[in-house]
Design a binder for this molecule. Sequence first.
Ligand code: SAM
Length: 303
Amino acid sequence: MTAAVPRTGREVREVLRSLGARPSRRLGQNFLVDRGVLDRIAAAAGSGPGDLVLEIGAGLGALTERLAASGARVLAVEIDGLLAGFLREAFAGDPRVRLLEGDALDGRGGLSDGLLAALAEEEARRTGRLLVAANLPYSAATPALLALLLREPPPADMVLMVQREVADRIRAAPSTPEYGPLSVLVQAVARTAPVAAASGRCFHPVPAVGSSVVRVTPDPALRAAAGDLGRLRTVVHAAFGLRRKTLGNALGRAGLLPAGGLAAAGFDPSRRGESLSPAEFLRLAAAVGSLASGSGAGEDRGK
Ligand code: SAM
């Protein structure tokens, strides 16, 4: 290695200075400098030989190095050319790390073509599980999580550092202020658990808000029972899009299910979307699906 992964806050600042790089807020560049938190993420990921670990936003490689040390293969994605150049040098001698320079996302809520192609190649050779471990950049956290979760097949497990507010939304219960589309879509197909909290001092530069590490474990049984995830997404967004409206109003206006259809499916049309559990949303999406595939689909929409 000609470049060494920085291990302390001072080393991170020195490397950034030597690269002429100023941490970008837009790219969520808050580098983890707390060994304890980095070790916890790597330990929680639980990777080992044969596994493939996807890391979105590798930064200066602090987590990458720990994941690779587990014996797993790491597909590390980094959008920033300066950082990617550093990573390329730092991991040049390590056959376990594949660096992908570029955007992990396609800007339309999906994974980028570059990442999908690299994942397909890597998955063809993996003998273990596909895992995700990352300190996600703020702007990419929600789309990356949903794209990975709704992908076929989903990863076996994900351990993600996200802003505390995003972690709260992921784990929120119905009828709480944090409960929204992210909560429903995640909980409909996965189990979640808190892993650790991290104060601003664990990062350089110090972010304005706190962060949490959360585990999201896709559940094959939940997924098999969930049916059409695209339709679930449409129904959830319609129900929360008009948050102050009743379900009858929100779904009727979206042309998805008239109030009569809601009642026939066993839902009180005067309920609000935010009061429905993920399981109820799945039942609702199934009702919308059977109406759409039924002979009279949409005939009395909006009435
Ligand atoms: N993993 C490093 C760590 O823990 O110190 C860096 C984490 S930092 C919160 C997020 C990283 O994601 C930054 O290096 C940033 O450049 C990168 N990034 C931001 N948006 C990205 C995207 N759309 N695709 C890939 N990487 C991205």
